[in-house]
Design a protein around this ligand. Structure first.
Ligand code: 3PG
Ligand code: MG
Length: 396
């Protein structure tokens, strides 16, 4: 990652360091229910504070239209403070007098979180006047929010161009992992793509078939492919109007020498319900009145064989309805197998996307993968081969 300046090059002592983090964490009744994103940014905050920088955290929360107390970062500041084990001050605004006063009283090594950047329309518009108002508060800029890097916003893109800018430790780790996953991978590379719909992942599939040696398609989206090849899928979720798209992707894979691995059997039930009575059928014998809710054991075997053949694995999306037992079994078995291969030193495994992280946590294997990204949209855009504005701005 020589294209980026990192904290190794930053002289932070005595400086006001604006640090963009992703604190868009799930909350219920004012409490953080999953602190993974908070934990990920602690090393960068700690390092800057220990080196004597004044840490000024910038973050968005939710998608507010203007100032909205329900989307305040204040409760998140308390959560960051307890995970960090240092006081975290909070300012009611991210620009103007309130922010300036809070910054002015910071001593070297102090940490401050500014209120939700999205309370100002200038954030999402990347408005130069808003960028300027933010830039006034700092001497240098550190971006540690890969998961927001697909947004060309003031705090992710504009600021990187306005101040001397550096990648934080989590951003750095993420970019290194993604480079090893797809840009300069050890081959063969296998990708596993699951989830409900083809329609949200067309660009992603078209990019992946050009880059990987084998592509496993699972989840509801596999049904669309199975239907496109002329087989019945009963009452399964399938986007039948996308049959032509699915066939085009299969054709592109053929041209690029990418093997497509579709399910050969499916676990079927009459209803989408936890514990529903179920049977496994061959993929050419799916009953008309049932729906496929998971890949069957023969399919899992093929997925595991593809993992065995690979040096690198990129994973996005579950293979079945993993949120309701027993239809989590295919995803869990494949995830555990990938984790074993990784632990044995045979596989580099990179996974990301909202449901994917939940599925790997459910399988109990997140810690065993080489890298699990907390990014949703940014991870998908990266799989689509798009350049991310927040990352591009750091390269300058
Ligand atoms: C996320 O939660 O995926 C990131 O924080 C980006 O949020 P956004 O999709 O609202 O831009
Ligand atoms: Mg999102």
């Amino acid at each position: 990652m020589t294209a980026f300046r990192t904290l190794d090059q930053a002289d932070v002592k005595g400086k006001r360091v604006l640090v963009r983090v992703d604190l868009n964490v799930p909350m219920e009744n004012g409490r953080v229910t999953d602190a993974t994103r908070i934990e990920r940014v602690l090393p960068t905050i700690q390092e800057i504070a220990e080196k004597g920088g004044k840490v000024i955290l910038l973050a968005h929360f939710g998608r507010p239209k203007g100032r909205d107390p329900k989307e305040s970062l204040k409760p998140v500041a308390e959560a960051v403070q307890s995970h960090l084990g240092r006081p975290v001050a909070f300012a009611d605004d991210c620009i103007g007098d309130a922010a300036a006063r809070a910054v002015a009283v910071l001593k070297d090594g102090d940490v401050l979180l500014l209120e939700n950047t999205r309370f100002h329309a200038g954030e999402e518009k990347n408005d130069p006047a808003f960028v300027e108002a933010l830039a006034k508060l700092g001497d240098i800029y550190v971006n540690d929010a890969f998961s927001a890097a697909h947004r060309a916003h003031a705090s992710t893109e504009g600021l990187a161009r306005a101040l001397p800018s550096y990648a934080g430790r989590t951003m750095q780790a993420e970019l290194e992992a993604l480079t090893k996953g797809l840009e300069a991978p050890k081959r063969p590379v296998v990708a596993i793509v699951g989830g409900a719909k083809v329609s949200t992942k067309i660009d992603l599939l078209e990019n992946l078939v050009k880059k990987v040696d084998a592509l496993v398609i699972g989840g509801g989206m596999a049904n669309t492919f199975v239907h496109a090849t002329g087989l019945g899928v009963g009452k399964s979720l399938a986007e039948k109007d996308l049959a032509a798209t699915a066939l085009r992707i299969i054709e592109q894979a053929r041209e690029s020498n990418c093997a497509i691995i579709l399910p050969v059997d499916g676990v079927c039930a009459y209803e989408f319900k936890a514990g529903a009575e179920n049977h496994t059928y061959g993929i050419d014998a799916i009953p008309e009145d049932q729906m496929i809710l998971d890949v069957g054991s023969q399919s899992v075997e093929r997925v595991c064989a593809a993992i065995n053949d690979a040096a690198t694995l990129v994973w996005n999306g579950p293979l079945g309805a993993f949120e309701i037992a027993p239809f989590d079994q295919g995803t869990v078995a494949a995830a555990r197998h990938a984790a074993e291969r990784t632990k044995a030193g045979k596989l580099l495994s990179v996974a990301g996307g909202g449901d994917t992280v939940a599925a790997l946590n459910h399988a109990g294997v997140s810690e065993s993968f080489t890298y699990v990204s907390t990014a949703g949209g940014a991870f998908l855009e990266w799989l689509e081969g798009k350049s991310l504005p927040g990352v591009e701005a750091l390269k300058a």
